[in-house]
Every structure is written in C-alpha cells, then in structure tokens.
Write a protein that binds this ligand. Structure first.
Ligand code: ME8
Length: 511
C-alpha cells in the first residue's frame, strides 16, 4: 500500500490563546494537505497542543488554576481554529493524553536501552518562555543585548538525566549531506549544519524542580524535558508504539512545518532521538519566517497580538488564508497589516478573480439563458487558454513541491489575467451583437472551463471560494481533483450557471 503523506504543524503551548502566527503554520499545513488530496494522495495531517512543562505550570499557578484546568480551557481555542479557518486536520493531539504518555515512555526506554541516557547534574541557564537550555555562548549573546531586550533566563542546578547528543554530531552531518532536502528552505540548512559543526553537548532531558510532566520511567522524581515529550507527539499520532502496521504506513513524516524559532529542536534534537531509538527520520523540516504586525514584533506587552478569529470574522477565512500564503514567500519574514489585506482583496481577489467569474457567468446568463453552450471548432486563441491551463497545472505542481505557495498563487493569477485578456480580445458582447453565435458559444464555453480550472487550483488556499465557483457553474458538491483540472472537460454543455453576488467585497476605498 502506498505510504500516506504525513504533514505536521508544531504543537502549540496552551499557556496562551492562538494568534495569527499559530494560524499561519496551521493554514500552510492545510494548504499542503488539501493539495495532496487534490492529487489523490492519502493524507494524514496532524496538529495539536503542547501542554506540559514549567511554563504551563507557572502560568496556571499565576491564574489560580491547575495545569490541566488551564490546558482544558485553552485547548478549545486551538481546536476551534479548525472550523473557523476551514482546517482539515486528521487528528488533534494533546500531550496530556494517555496514548502520548505511552509513546514518550516507550521512546525514552528505547533510547535508554541504546545506552544513550545517563544520570548527571545540569548546572546552567534555562529560558522558561522557550523551554530551552541556554549554552554559555548563547548566554554571552543574551548579556550583550540591551537590558530591555534580554529574554529572561534562570539559573538551574539539579540532578538530571542526559541524552548523549554529543555522539550524534557526525551522524547528523552525514544525514544532512545525504539528504540536503532535510532542512528547507535550503538557506536554513547552512545554519543548522554550522550549529552541529560547532560541536554538540549532551542534552538534559529531565527536570526535578517542578512536577508538570511525564515522569521518567523508573524514577518519578524526574519529569521528562518538555521538548523530548513534545517532539514525540509526531510518532504518537502515527500509531507508535501500539499500532505498528499503521505506524509503518504513516511514519516517517513527509514534512514537519515549523517556525524558524524552533528549527533546531526539529532538525538537530529530534533526528538524534530517532536515530538513537532506531526509528526512521522525517523526510523534511520546513522552517517558515516570522510575522510582525504593522511593522512591530507581536507581543502581549506591546498589545498588538492579532486574534485569528477576529481576522477570519472580519474578512472571511478565505481572504485570511489567501493573504497569509500570498503575501510572503514561505520561509521569509513578513508584515501583517489590514491595509495590505485590503489591497490584495481589492486588486487580486475582487478585480482579478471575482471580476472574471462574475463577467463570465453574467454573459452566459445574458446571452445563453444561463445554460453553458456547446463549443464549436476552437481557434488558436481558444487553444492558448487550454494550453495555459496545462502549463498552470505544471507550475502549481512545481511550486507546491517546493512549498512555495506564493509562486503557486502567482501562477494562478497570471492565468486569470490571461483569461481576462482573452475575454477582452474576443469581446463576446460584439460577437453577440453581430450574431456570431458559434464563435460566441466557443468563447463562453472556453471561459467557463477556465474558471472551473481556476476553482480547483485555488482550492488548497481558498476552499470556500473554490466550492462557491463550482456551485455557480452548476457543479455544486463536485469533489475537486487535479485529474479533473487537467481534463479540460469539467464544464459540460447544458450546465445551469448562476452569476450571484460578487465573490469578494471591495474594501477601504471609502477609507
Ligand atoms: O514553540 N510568525 O509552541 P508555540 C510566524 N510548543 N509564526 C509564528 C509566530 C509569528 N510571529 N508566532 C508563533 C512551541 N508562530 C512548542 C512547539 S513542537 C514539537 C513544540 C508559530 O506555541 C510558528 O509555527 O510557541 C512557531 O514555530 C510556533 O507558532 C510556536 O508555537
């Protein structure tokens, strides 16, 4: 049986509610999952929440809740993003679930059995906000920052279990060399490789000074380090360790999507844990960039945290999804602002796509009573539109293989512009006036076909719009597929179309 395509998001901390940064990774993963389904692949798409650790314990304490009360309350805000943003995840994992504890204990024991865990003492700095041990070098860097820019770090001195990470440097570098696609975009690979080349120290993987975590098997005075716990989620949900048949079908992950902030955990620690446990490594880790808001770093203290529910409410989930994936090349940083959304809605959505759909369907209503006509013999201009659709399919496929959403979208919009020009050149209104019926039929049919194709290629990004266009073409409920898009025969003569209201409102011109 073919391997299931497996895509993941990070599991988000439940110390706070989701913001647009979390929505971004989840929307990106959803676009990939929908794209693979369009291609007919079997997809497993995982997201979830990271619920253990000192940060969660402290946040709960400060709110007068137990950690599990905090998690149970905040997790709903993450789970509800699924319907609010039309996310099609296959599973939602919480690290406080029993199935997960089992997987963490199992991988810990396998690594221990491999001789890679020993008891020692950790003395050094810890960054609770990022749940990260701070090396001496990082500490020096932190201390060289102006005081108000320094992340808070604490001194820790406690008994700890260590993972023998230092011995995996060579194996990791080997892996990177053999699989340059393991870290993407490629410019991030250098950063990861340089870090490993600098020499790896063994990693503390347990804590004793708080309780909120999974106990170390055989020594419950220790809880397992939250990153060791969290990374394991990716195999828990794939069926590790109880369902080996399912695990073999789903694991390894095809791509872990993460923000650049947590690349090191995924590209260095995680593969080392897996190597030690004798498990296959994920095929790729893709680190995307960072969103600022109106030019500023998003922060609670700055009071500029953007709520994804609000954006989806104000603009609709499709516009939100489109904006995030079109505005910046996936991998690079970008800025979120309402004016930038409005300019994309007005220019690309309302004028580009919305206008093409409404003028096409409007003409079929006006000239053919709302019924798609049968085409006559195509002329070279019609063939160009068909050829354009085939090229589009190749361009989107290439872009999606590179996880370059902006390129895929820009190819779709180039095609929309091509079809809009074709309509202008062929001037159906003149053909109607001059009674050139067969030519008019051919042009209307060709444009109807092209918008059906467009509706399929926008599906991963704007599923509602895609469904709405198909519905207006008389194809409501059709399952979009790449095969259909490539057939150049989705729209059959006789279909009843409906122009309906504008697909996208225009904003802001009034101020
Ligand atoms: O790090 N721009 O969870 P987290 C873009 N629990 N993406 C952003 C962003 C921004 N401004 N802010 C957050 C954790 N993100 C761990 C992960 S995985 C085994 C454990 C996104 O709640 C981005 O994907 O801090 C980032 O990596 C993630 O949220 C961090 O979420």
């Amino acid at each position: 049986m073919a391997k299931t395509f497996y895509v993941t998001t990070p599991i988000y901390y439940v110390n706070d509610v989701p913001h647009i940064g979390h929505a971004y990774t989840t929307i990106a993963a959803d676009a990939i999952a929908r794209w693979k389904r369009l291609k007919g692949e079997d997809v497993f798409f995982l997201t979830g929440t990271d619920e253990h650790g000192q940060k969660i314990e402290r946040t709960a304490e400060s709110r007068g809740e137990t950690p599990i009360q905090l998690a149970d309350r905040v997790v709903k805000r993450f789970e509800n993003l699924t319907p609010a943003l039309d996310i099609t995840n296959s599973d939602f994992i919480r690290t406080t679930e029993k199935r997960h504890e089992k997987a963490v204990v199992e991988i810990f024991e396998r690594i221990e059995a491999a001789g890679d865990i020993y008891l020692g003492e950790y003395e050094g700095w810890y960054d609770v906000r990022n749940e990260a041990y701070i090396t001496d070098l990082q500490y020096e860097e932190i201390m060289s920052l102006p005081e108000d820019k320094r992340p808070h770090v604490e001194k820790v001195k406690e008994e700890s279990y260590f993972f023998g990470l230092s011995k995996y440097g060579g194996a990791l570098l080997d892996h990177y060399k053999k699989h340059p696609e393991f870290v993407q975009p490629s410019y991030r690979m250098n950063e990861v490789a340089r870090f490993v080349e600098g020499g790896l120290k063994d990693l503390s993987i347990s804590r004793t000074t708080f309780n909120w975590g999974i106990p170390v098997p055989g020594n419950p005075r220790h809880v397992i380090y939250v990153w060791f716990d969290a990374l394991t989620n990716y195999i828990t949900a794939a069926g590790f360790p109880d369902d080996p048949e399912r695990f073999a079908r789903i694991w390894p992950a095809d791509v872990h999507l993460v923000g650049k902030d947590i690349l090191r955990f995924h590209a260095v620690y995680w593969p080392a844990f897996l190597m030690s446990a004798g498990l296959p490594l994920p095929r790729a880790v893709f680190a995307h960039g960072w969103w600022t808001v109106e030019g500023e770093k998003m922060s609670k203290s700055g009071g500029n945290v953007v709520d994804p529910y609000q954006v989806a409410e104000e603009f609709g989930p499709d516009v939100f999804r489109y904006f995030l994936l079109r505005e910046i090349p996936f991998g690079q940083d970008g800025d979120f602002s309402k004016s930038a959304i409005v300019s994309r809605v007005n220019g690309e959505l309302a004028n580009g796509l919305g206008n093409l759909v409404s003028r096409t369907l409007g003409m079929i209503e006006r000239y053919r009573g709302g019924s798609v006509p049968a085409p006559g013999e195509p002329l070279p201009a019609d063939d160009d539109i068909k050829k354009g659709a085939i090229e589009l399919s190749e361009q989107v496929e290439k872009a999606m293989d590179e996880i370059a959403f902006h390129k895929a979208l820009s190819a779709v919009w180039d095609y929309i512009a091509l079809v809009n020009r074709y309509v202008d050149d062929e001037a159906p209104w003149t053909l109607a006036k001059e009674g050139k019926d067969e030519r008019l039929d051919t042009v209307l049919w060709t444009v109807a076909q092209s918008i059906a194709v467009v509706s399929i290629f926008v599906h991963p990004f704007m599923p509602r719009t895609s469904g709405e266009i198909l519905k207006r073409l008389g194809l409501g409920g059709m399952k979009p597929s790449l095969e259909a898009a490539r057939s150049w025969g989705i729209v059959e003569p006789g279909l009843k179309v409906e122009k309906g209201a504008g697909l996208f409102p225009r904003y802001g011109e009034k101020g």
